[in-house]
Design a protein around this ligand. Structure first.
Ligand code: DQA
Length: 219
């Protein structure tokens, strides 16, 4: 039992000044402990930045230290998230979406990103909740921005609107076609209500233009 423990237990005959001294000592001990925790967290994140795989986009196998509560490390990584049916680009309604596949768009974006000193993490899912999870992940991983083509969920998903509002990572809404010149049900965009920018109607180039806007700091 330390001095203060003994004092408090009344074993050494507490006096007012001794108790006051104890309180001060305990406060210092607490401050010192907090300082150690923050320093340890800082060392952990710095070390993770030096690891070779830490520049890889997307989730890493690195442990997720509590440090994320203290620091948000902005990476060069841009998440490019694609919603339902975009896996069929190239054959899907080519008169609207063209013949370029999502893989080809990914390749083109990767090249452009490299020229701009950025990296992309291109993903596609047919599931709304997966897009929500990836938006959360983009923030947790410190992505610079998200390019989001939510496809049909654009016009229906309040969950995606809420997710975009819930994160600080800027989101750029992307569409190959221009939904505002198509059927009336495509004229509403829940994504556009929270997105930092919308790029649409330029075919595959919509993605490139969105990427360049991020690189130029326009979002
Ligand atoms: C789209 C436009 C949406 O209206 C549609 O549901 C899509 C693709 C586009 O990229 O043009 O699936 O997001």
């Amino acid at each position: 039992m330390g001095l203060c423990g003994a004092e408090i237990a009344g074993l050494t005959g507490p006096s007012d000044s001794a108790l006051a001294g104890c309180a001060i000592l305990k406060r210092f001990a607490r401050m010192f402990r907090n300082h150690i925790e923050v320093t340890a967290a800082w060392i952990a994140i710095t070390a993770s930045q030096l690891r070779p795989d830490s520049r890889r986009c997307g989730p890493t196998s690195l442990p997720r230290p509590a440090v994320r509560r203290y620091h948000r490390v902005m990476s060069n990584c841009i998440y490019v998230l694609n919603g339902p049916n975009l896996n069929l680009l190239g054959t899907r309604e080519p008169e609207i979406y063209g013949h370029v596949t999502l893989d080809e768009i990914a390749g083109m974006l990767e090249d452009r990103a490299r020229e701009l000193g950025l990296e992309i993490d291109m993903r596609q899912t047919n599931h709304e909740g997966m897009l929500v999870d990836w938006l959360h992940e983009a923030q947790a991983e410190g992505a610079r921005a998200v390019l989001l083509n939510a496809a049909a969920y654009t016009h229906t998903s309040i969950a995606l609107l809420d997710a975009i509002k819930a994160i600080r990572t800027p989101v750029v809404e992307v569409h190959l076609s221009d939904p505002t010149s198509r059927e009336p049900f495509r004229h509403i965009s829940y994504i556009g209500m929270a997105a930092a920018l919308t790029v649409q109607g330029h075919g595959p180039d919509s993605y490139r233009i969105a990427l360049e806007a991020v690189a130029a700091g326009r979002v």
